[in-house]
Design a protein around this ligand. Structure first.
Ligand code: FPP
Length: 225
């Protein structure tokens, strides 16, 4: 198996998890944050995984009720404050993607601080996609490159994106089978896995099964084997 896998996850189903337990939707997000920690720590110890990119807040999530958005912002702040120690202890580098300029000044400061304080870590790279949308990412990259005199190459565009790394394994929890504006450029040859498990119930044993299944798939990248 490739020793440097990039795993990306669309963490869906927090709301339904809470509703199934007759709890408020936000309780599902709280439990979802715990699953983020568990899966991140597992990936940090896994010999084959180099990068883990998690869809935490999309450019479209602002359409949710104001109170839910506010809760998610507070949860993110709490998570990052607590997590700094966990990142450093587990040698995890935090590299957010997305346009964080839409967040409050204090949250932007915290995101930059955690990034900077973990910059020396050379184990797993955990990327949280924050105010992230693939169209927005590609447009920002194209705008960065628009004054180039020469034709834009694949490499130039890749390097101008927030996430410069192709994905090997894309997992979506929560039962839906769509990509929802996540890493469209980077998913070109990713192996896709969809599970009905709701994100708060997604644990390392299921990720291990997916990694085993991935190991059996034949990747041809458009060529012949
Ligand atoms: C989808 O569940 C999940 C999100 C909107 C974003 C993911 C957020 C978390 C995992 C929690 C916070 C994360 C961090 C890093 C602090 P949904 O609400 O769409 O679920 P539903 O489809 O059941 O309604």
């Amino acid at each position: 198996m490739n020793k440097a896998l990039h795993v990306a996850i669309i963490m869906d189903g927090n709301g339904r998890w809470a509703e199934s337990k007759k709890q408020k939707r936000v309780k599902g997000h709280e439990q979802g944050a715990k699953a983020v920690r568990e899966i991140t720590k597992f990936c940090a110890t896994h010999k084959d995984i180099e990068r883990l990119t998690l869809y935490a807040f999309s450019t479209e999530n602002w359409k949710r009720p104001r109170l839910e958005v506010e809760f998610l912002m507070k949860l993110l702040e709490k998570y990052l404050k607590n997590e700094l120690e966990v990142y450093i202890k587990n040698n995890i580098r935090f590299e957010p993607i997305g346009d964080i300029r839409a967040f409050s000044a204090s949250l932007q400061k915290l995101i930059k601080e955690v990034k900077q304080k973990t910059a020396h870590c050379d184990g797993l790279v955990q990327s949280l996609a924050l105010n992230y949308g693939s169209h927005d990412e590609i447009l920002r990259a194209v705008n960065k490159l628009r004054h180039e005199k020469k034709d834009i190459t694949n490499e130039m565009l890749s390097n101008a994106l927030d996430c410069k790394h192709q994905v090997d394994i894309m997992i979506r929890t929560g039962g839906d089978q769509r990509i929802s504006n996540f890493l469209l450029w980077q998913l070109s040859y990713a192996e896709l896995f969809f599970t009905d498990t709701l994100w708060p119930d997604f644990h390392e044993d299921e990720l291990t099964d997916i990694l085993n299944e991935f190991g059996k798939r034949e990747r041809r990248f458009g060529g012949l084997n």
